[in-house]
Design a protein around this ligand. Structure first.
Ligand SMILES: [Zn+2]
Length: 239
């Protein structure tokens, strides 16, 4: 085979290898991404419970304040009652006292309800907190394990880059430019084998004359249909 063609076949295989590293790293990192997403979802739930607890506590303290005010008011009504002269005045104070007591009942009921609410939300919060700690530990473990995996892949990638560098240094600039031009649109199929007299880039049958030239392997031949560089696979390359 023509030495330039042989270099092109090697180069295209190395480029294919290089392009496979991206998806490999992505696949590894996806595991971490999923673990982080799970942790975030649990944290959101946790924050929701926390906000509900805070809101209930605030409402409870407002009712407690109101109760204190009401009890002051009832005391004052008691004082006034001891000083009243008319029955009308007494009735009006009685009515006022009744209203205060009703409000006290309402606030006490509310405090009771809010305390139950706080208790149940706190239980949910505690349970979710355990879940969160577990998810966090999983993220940390995953981060650690993938960092060594990614490191191994990066090392492999550096080696392939080195192999490419060594090959490119030996190649003619003109041929490299020609290859890169085809690679721009053909990506990893810039250099393709011919099988059963068909181009393995566009899968079209090539004419006898082109096919004979490809088999000869003396020149760099491109597919008459798509323009990719063609070569005949040797036994060794197929293996
Ligand atoms: Zn073709």
């Amino acid at each position: 085979m023509n030495i330039y063609l042989n270099q092109l076949v090697q180069l295209s295989k190395i480029d294919q290898e290089i392009d496979e590293f991206g998806p490999r790293i992505e696949k590894t990192e996806r595991v971490l991404k999923l673990a982080v997403e799970e942790q975030n979802a649990i944290e959101e739930k946790l924050n929701g419970f926390d906000a509900q607890i805070k809101e209930a506590k605030l409402k409870k303290s407002q009712h407690e304040l109101h109760l204190a005010e009401l009890s002051e008011k009832i005391k004052e009504i008691g004082k006034k009652t001891s000083l009243v002269k008319s029955e009308k005045e007494q009735k009006s104070l009685q009515l006022e006292e009744e209203i205060c007591k009703e409000q006290c009942d309402f606030s006490n009921e509310e405090i009771n309800r809010l305390e139950n609410l706080i208790e149940s939300k706190q239980a949910l919060y505690d349970e979710t907190l355990k879940e969160f700690e577990k998810a966090k530990a999983k993220v940390e473990a995953t981060r650690e394990s993938i960092s060594s995996e990614v490191e191994a892949i990066e090392k492999e990638r550096a080696e392939v880059y080195q192999k490419k560098q060594a090959l490119v240094e030996q190649m003619s600039q003109k041929i490299l430019t020609f290859y890169e031009k085809i690679r721009k649109w053909a990506k990893n199929t810039a250099v393709v084998p011919v099988k059963k007299q068909a181009c393995y880039g566009c899968y079209m049958r090539i004419n006898d004359k082109t096919y004979a030239a490809v088999i000869k392997g003396e020149d760099i031949i491109t597919c008459p249909h798509c323009g990719r560089i063609l070569y005949k696979e040797t036994q060794e390359q197929e293996a």
